[in-house]
Design a binder for this molecule. Structure first.
Ligand SMILES: [Zn+2]
Length: 482
């Protein structure tokens, strides 16, 4: 499985049409290609990669975004995003949160690596952030080792699949592509990059090292954030070269597709931002005392803690705060597309002066076979309800995805989704300039899936069940979100 972070389906299609991505093109041609598969909400890397690795939406995986407010610990947890967010939070702390805490403490659901191991299949993982598994891997990097001895954050090892590679930080064995010559410490990416992923991926395939291999290429996401979709398309050509390296190591694309089932997909899309006034600042809400930033918490009269997650935002309200007033104030703001929250057993959504509430139950069915009890105005979610069916417009798989977000208390009391062109920015207060993601809207929610040897999943939450079926290992726990 190849996960290409944040690559828009239309960007990959354009690259394939222009002959710039012949290897991914060959996979699309020989296998099955889905260009409107769907990410989770918020459409943010930690939530989306957790969904891919576990088959669970945020409410089931426990991983809701880049950052969230931990009400028990009374502090914001940041898994890392922009460099300035990392620097504001402290690189060691983010490292701790991303590499250790997220997998060890916050991830509720079993990963593919764990479930496959239980059924007798070893896994291999290169750079993918959600990698919990049954094998212990010690830190290899000396600079981190030093931090560890002096600090309280980093642990001595992590648990991963049998073959686990993450730059110079972890490698389960020597491949010639780790450590030694690589230097730079924590402010550089400690050898964690796509070139490295391709090299190690090639070794794994050449050696047929494990039945299940997961290689993660992530540069295309940050290129889109900083330089836009044209630049992302140029990167796709480069990424295709990395894919070629892996395919060639296994004897070429034909041979690879004979020997392996192959899945290539992105975890979320990307929405271009407006040239000016693209940032929706949530630090002021009429009548409220807002706390935001990496040190946000309820203190000194704070009534609302705001945790932006790109084009989504999580709001945590003090118990006595009138939710309706907060929502009313925010919906009048330019760039705020919709607000969603739970009210008893119902998920509530307001957009464009219309409102709808819903929950799983008797009612029209969606394309994935779940039926929904709906009350109110379907236009609030751009739904087309007729003949016992719900069809989605601008917000793909909206009901399931909202339900899979709002079911987690970690998502807070109100969740916002930004209008196309806008972003709520980062928890640090900064924001991307060219493109961002996180919303419920199709632009950042749709992903591509290329599949050979397995039927292509239509949602990223269907990836894990599809692969477990492929290995004859059954489905992951079928407990519905809640
Ligand atoms: Zn991103």
């Amino acid at each position: 499985m190849l996960v290409l972070d944040g690559i828009r389906p239309d960007v990959l299609q354009a690259a394939i049409r222009a002959g710039e991505a012949p290897n991914l093109g060959a996979l699309a041609e020989r296998g099955e290609a889905v260009w409107d598969a769907v990410s989770v909400f918020p459409s943010i890397t930690p939530a989306a990669t957790a969904a891919i690795a576990t088959g669970e939406a945020p409410s089931g995986s426990g991983i809701v975004g880049h950052a969230w407010y931990d009400e028990e610990e009374r502090r914001v947890v940041v898994y890392g995003a922009m460099t300035e967010t990392v620097m504001a939070t402290g690189p060691i702390k983010v490292f701790h949160n991303n590499v250790w805490r997220m997998n060890r403490d916050d991830l509720y659901a079993s990963t593919l690596f764990e479930t496959l191991h239980d059924r007798g299949f070893d896994g291999a993982c290169v750079n993918f952030p959600v990698r919990r598994g049954p094998h212990k891997h010690p830190i290899r990097l000396k600079t981190v080792e030093r931090y560890r001895k002096n600090g309280r954050y980093l642990g001595p090892s992590v648990e991963g699949p049998k073959e686990y590679f993450m730059g110079d930080l972890f490698y389960s064995r020597e491949t010639g592509h780790n450590g030694r010559r690589a230097s730079g410490g924590l402010r550089r990416s400690v050898g964690i990059n796509d070139e490295y992923a391709a090299r190690v991926g090639a070794v794994l395939v050449a050696e047929k090292a494990a039945p299940f291999n997961l290689v993660y290429l992530f540069k295309g996401d940050s290129i889109a954030h900083h330089h836009g979709l044209e630049a992302q398309r140029r990167w796709v050509a480069k990424a295709d070269g990395y894919v070629a390296r892996i395919f060639d190591a296994g004897g070429g694309v034909e041979r690879i597709l004979e020997d392996y089932a192959v899945l290539a997909l992105s975890d979320h899309g990307h929405a271009p931002l407006l040239p000016g006034r693209r940032h929706v600042d949530l630090r002021r809400i009429l009548g409220q005392k807002v706390s935001s930033g990496v040190r946000a918490r309820f203190a000194n009269g704070t009534t609302v803690v705001v945790v932006p997650n790109g084009r989504a935002a999580l709001l945590y309200l003090r118990e006595d705060v009138e939710l309706g007033d907060v929502v009313e104030n925010l919906l009048g703001r330019r760039g705020v597309d919709l607000a969603a929250w739970m009210e008893g057993e119902w998920a509530m959504v307001r957009r464009l002066g219309s409102a709808i509430r819903f929950r799983p139950g008797p009612g029209p069915g969606d394309t994935f076979g779940r039926s929904w009890e709906l009350e109110g105005d379907p236009r609030a979610l751009d739904l087309d309800v007729s003949g016992g069916e719900v069809r989605y417009g601008e917000y793909p798989d909206a009901l399931e995805r909202l339900w899979g977000c709002l079911g987690s208390s970690r998502c807070g009391d109100v969740v916002l989704s930004a209008a196309p062109g806008y972003t709520f920015g980062e928890v640090s207060g900064g924001y991307h300039v060219a493109s961002d993601h996180g919303s419920l809207h199709a632009s950042d929610s749709e992903v591509f899936v290329l599949a050979s040897g397995v039927s292509a999943p239509r949602r990223i939450t269907d990836v894990a069940p599809t692969l477990l079926d492929h290995f004859g290992a059954g489905k992951v726990a079928e407990n519905l979100v809640g």
